[in-house]
Design a protein around this ligand. Structure first.
Ligand SMILES: N[C@@H](CCC(=O)N[C@@H](CS)C(=O)NCC(=O)O)C(=O)O
Length: 233
């Protein structure tokens, strides 16, 4: 059984998409990040970065004690290896899948996150910051659009790379983007949206509702974190 520490955000959706697609049994432990549940000692023991998602596999392939993993990219890779699903196994296919997974982790995710922060959450609307991240997201959408011109999915076959990227494009308007400018990306986006497992993953998320990140209480917890926030002694 996979114990998933989860909240319905783009990084959380990545993992429920995988688990639904692969029909892997799992149990959700909600981590209400707007209430500060990412700072409990129990959660920090498996996710020292005080971020969800995180997971514990209590039936690892090599047996022995449970294995815990944090970071959504590492979780997707762990689960793909555990199940033998959704990452090509041949050397070249695997390299394609991993490049696009890491591209999301280092580019599309962080840039879209900052984009969303400065455009939608920051009280002070800083035109330079908004433009900077909107433009970078726009460039990254252009990169995906090129990539998808001659293949159905980012790695060729459907893979964890698509599961990592898609949630960061939902909805494109939140990130100041228009899919009509990216026809190949638009086709991929609708294909992703229509996958039954993707629909189920988003549906599962609807039962967990907390304070929006614009709420003053949630803002105090989520924004302005420093080393003092995570210092243990
Ligand atoms: N690089 C991490 C990022 C995870 C992340 O930023 N999670 C956010 C929600 S999307 C979170 O848990 N935030 C809690 C906080 O900021 O304290 C991953 O991909 O897993």
């Amino acid at each position: 059984m996979i114990n998933l520490y989860y909240w319905p955000t783009p990084n959380g959706h990545k993992i429920t998409i995988f688990l639904e697609e692969s029909a892997t049994p799992y149990k959700i432990f909600p981590v209400n990040i707007g209430k500060g549940e990412q700072f409990t000692p129990e959660f920090l023991a498996i996710s020292p970065n005080n971020r969800m998602p995180a997971m514990v596999d209590d039936d690892p392939a090599e047996k022995g004690p449970p294995v815990s993993v944090f970071e959504s990219g590492a979780i997707l890779l762990y689960l793909a290896e555990k199940t033998g699903k959704l990452l090509p196994k041949d050397l070249r296919g695997r390299a394609e899948g991993l490049q696009w997974l890491f591209w999301q982790m280092g580019g599309l995710g962080p840039m879209s996150g900052q984009n969303n922060h400065f455009a939608n959450y920051a009280v002070e609307k800083l035109p330079y910051a908004i433009q900077r991240y909107r433009d970078e997201t726009n460039r990254l959408y252009g990169v995906m659009d090129n990539r998808l011109a001659d293949r159905e999915y980012l790695a060729g076959p459907y893979s964890i790379a698509d599961m990592a990227c898609y949630p960061w494009t939902v909805p494109p308007e939140r990130y100041g983007q228009n899919l009509d400018d990216f026809p190949n990306l638009k086709r991929w986006w609708h294909t992703m949206q229509e996958r039954p497992a993707v629909k189920r993953a988003y549906e599962i998320g609807t039962q967990y509702r907390g304070l929006p990140a614009t709420d003053p209480e949630a803002r105090k917890i989520l924004f302005g974190q420093t080393a003092a926030t995570v210092r243990r002694s």
